[in-house]
Design a binder for this molecule. Structure first.
Ligand code: SAH
Length: 378
């Protein structure tokens, strides 16, 4: 095998598209991509890579099923269902727990879920780990609610992995590509884990979005704060705020922060997070970020700094137009997709803003994805 290729399954899996390149070459590839898309706006700073670009994922998901010989298998990686026990980018402890669960379901004579017949029990296992807090959540996604020998199964799992802090059963009996279903039952512990980021504590629930590479997230958010350069009289909007991480980190510099997020559960988590950190100058609004910006722009309210972290599809024209109308001193755009970022930044650069900084950060080594923080001001 080529020295650079450390994973036998890299071609079949498709999760790590550029794993065939050395890490330096990967960074060069990502840098070129950002320069191609964003270089026309401003000089692009050197990409910030990882010292050790392996096992960085704090969230691991495995699908359960059977192979052609009817043996129970589990696949831990992203874009395929080939069986594999460990992955170069996953947290190793999480992969170990998944292997233990596969052995246990055999000895407990549990059936893996069959996606075609829609029968059987264990469908997926989702594991989230707080790298700093040490807390670990195991979510057992099952096709039915009835869980035979539930107590002894939990005891066996905890017995083998006492480091697990909570176990949740989630029921998903729908024909869907989504991993999690609507109902969750806490089987052990509190049903959530806590994790530290940039000196604050955050709760992570089974469904909440939380950045999957904690080491690089801290670097990314610190860059965003440096670029935002918030003053203590500033009103800051954290648009697309998820569970409130960026807004909470910004709150100590600002007079007031408003987080806007569409997902109700995330907003609830964000409010819990603000309370947990005893932050009083932050509020969260559950709304479409574009709609909210239009509303406050019409009311004649102002914001000094807008930090935005939209999903891969980027922002929309409604949001961008009201952003221009709101006219904050600074816009910090955190993007996981330089293509949509370039499109949105082009609009802003035609409407009184100028790009002042572009900082790429490698959040997902071995994959083709690249994250950027862009600072614009008038
Ligand atoms: N800033 C957060 C989350 C970023 S992910 C963090 O770093 O953890 C993008 C978030 O945008 C998701 O939580 C998603 O629910 C939210 N979102 C997507 N479309 C939205 C919209 N139109 N208005 C508000 N939030 C939206």
């Amino acid at each position: 095998m080529d020295n650079t290729i450390k994973c036998k399954l890299y071609k079949k899996c498709g999760g790590c598209q550029i794993h065939n390149l050395t890490y330096d070459k990967q960074l060069e590839f990502k840098m070129k991509k950002v320069v191609r898309l964003m270089g026309k706006f401003h000089h692009v700073e050197d990409i910030i890579g990882m010292d050790s670009p392996y096992h960085y994922r704090n969230k691991v998901q495995a699908a359960f099923g059977r192979d052609r010989n009817n043996r129970i298998i589990s696949g831990v990686y992203q874009s395929s269902t080939h069986p594999v026990d460990s992955c170069l980018i996953d947290d190793q402890k999480a992969d170990e727990i998944i292997v233990t669960i596969r052995k246990l379901i055999k000895s407990f004579k549990m059936k893996p879920f069959d996606d075609v017949k829609m029968t059987g029990f264990l469908r997926h296992v989702l594991i989230k780990r707080g790298f700093l807090s040490g807390e670990i959540m195991v979510v057992l996604v099952t096709g039915e609610e009835e869980f035979k020998s539930k107590r002894s199964f939990i005891n066996a799992l905890i017995g083998r992995h006492p480091e697990i802090t909570t176990i949740v059963q989630n029921i998903n009996n729908k024909r869907t590509s989504l991993v999690l279903g609507g109902k969750s039952i806490v089987l052990y512990g509190s049903g959530v884990i806590k994790e530290q980021l940039c000196g604050y504590t955050f709760t992570i629930s089974p469904k909440a979005f939380y950045q999957i590479n904690p080491v690089q997230t801290e670097i990314l958010y610190n860059k965003a704060m440096e670029f935002a350069d918030i003053q203590n009289s500033d009103i800051v909007i954290d648009a697309y705020c998820g569970t409130g991480t960026i807004g909470i980190i910004a709150s100590k510099f600002a007079k007031r922060v408003i987080g806007v997020e569409l997902n109700k559960v995330a907003v609830k988590d964000a409010r819990v997070n603000a309370k947990l950190n005893d932050i009083k100058n932050i509020d969260f609004v559950c709304a479409d970020a574009g709609r909210y910006m239009v509303d406050i722009a019409e009311e004649g309210l102002t914001a000094d700094v807008v930090i935005m972290d939209p999903p891969r599809a980027g922002s929309d024209i409604k949001f961008l137009k009201s952003l221009v109308k709101l006219s904050p001193r600074k816009v910090v755009y955190i993007s996981c997709n330089p293509e949509t970022c370039a499109r949105d930044v082009l609009f802003l650069s035609k409407n009184k803003y100028k790009v002042r900084k572009i900082q790429p950060v490698d959040m997902f080594p071995h994959t083709e994805h690249v994250e950027c923080v862009v600072m614009l001001s008038k």
